[in-house]
Design a protein around this ligand. Sequence first.
Ligand code: NDP
Length: 335
Amino acid sequence: STQIRLASRPKGEPVAGDFEKVEIDLPEVGEGQVALRTIYLSLDPYMRGRMSDARSYAQPVEIGGVITGGTVCQVVQSRADKFKEGDFVLSMSGWQSADVVDAKGLRKLDPADAPISTAVGVLGMPGLTAYVGLLDIGQPKAGETVVVSAASGAVGSVVGQLARIKGARVVGVAGSPEKVAFVKDELGFDACVSHRSDSLKDDLKAACPKGVDVYFENVGGATLDAALSLMNPFGRIPVCGMISLYNATSLDGGPSRASLMRQILTDRLHIQGFIVTERWDRFGSFVKEVGGYIRSGELKYREDIVEGLENAPETFVGLLKGRNFGKQLIRVSAD
Ligand code: NDP
């Protein structure tokens, strides 16, 4: 197997030297195990947290360890009853081209149901994140205004389209003219503004004439400041991610704690963080509902596929800066 391992903990933005490529021989396939070849590796912002040893909700990757990641794989050898050679599975094989694992942790994928890549995207972890964060925490009602940051991305694109389907006015925030156009024209948001514009606050205000009832937080920074200034009483803020801070070496800046707490009180805001891995209980209803919207064409998704495992580090650095356009995948081998 070709593996990409963590060579050192990045300081700020990861650099090439923080990663090392290693070739290893895989162990024999034991009873109850399968050998896998990786087809797609999912790149996700949370991986930056795993590269760091700051206190978090999950253990960091060890120095010298294979970097964590969701994968879509094919079984090449099986000694497990439930799987046969050729089956497609969802695995957590990480940044490597092949793996030998216990079959227990795998979910079989049926390519007749949906393209297999969607198992790490719109019908997988990012899609469930959007579903749980928006519907369980954001709870948008018809006619309310929902703002979502990183709107063209894996999570944001599902958040906005679900909110639209629920009858809300939906406003996206994205980082390039192409993404802004895509969010409005392809995903059907009512409006989309750019966080790279000097007039972000005014642009967002103009796009939300009745204020903001739900702000789905993916990024932090200037976008958060702009959204906070527009929150309506009893507004909800599902705190999903803060990608603008993931490479930060200090957390200074932004509104003071006192002013934020005062606003939470006076506007009676509901602000709640959540971690999707604690919400797999919602997976069944999520797949049923969102799978249905995909089949009916009401909900669209976009993937950004880069060829070759060796390009994972550079592509990952790009993901943290908005170079991706849609759900970021690495094609490790042919599907
Ligand atoms: P995306 O596909 O949205 O890709 C990341 C996007 O973030 C970039 O394309 C870029 O879009 C935007 N971005 C990057 N830097 C900045 C910045 N400084 N300011 C504003 N936007 C920026 O990724 P995902 O959909 O996979 O993840 C979105 C968020 O959801 C992340 O914060 C992630 O950590 C979080 N998440 C949380 C989970 C949970 O359990 N809580 C689970 C899964 C994801 P643009 O060009 O538009 O700026």
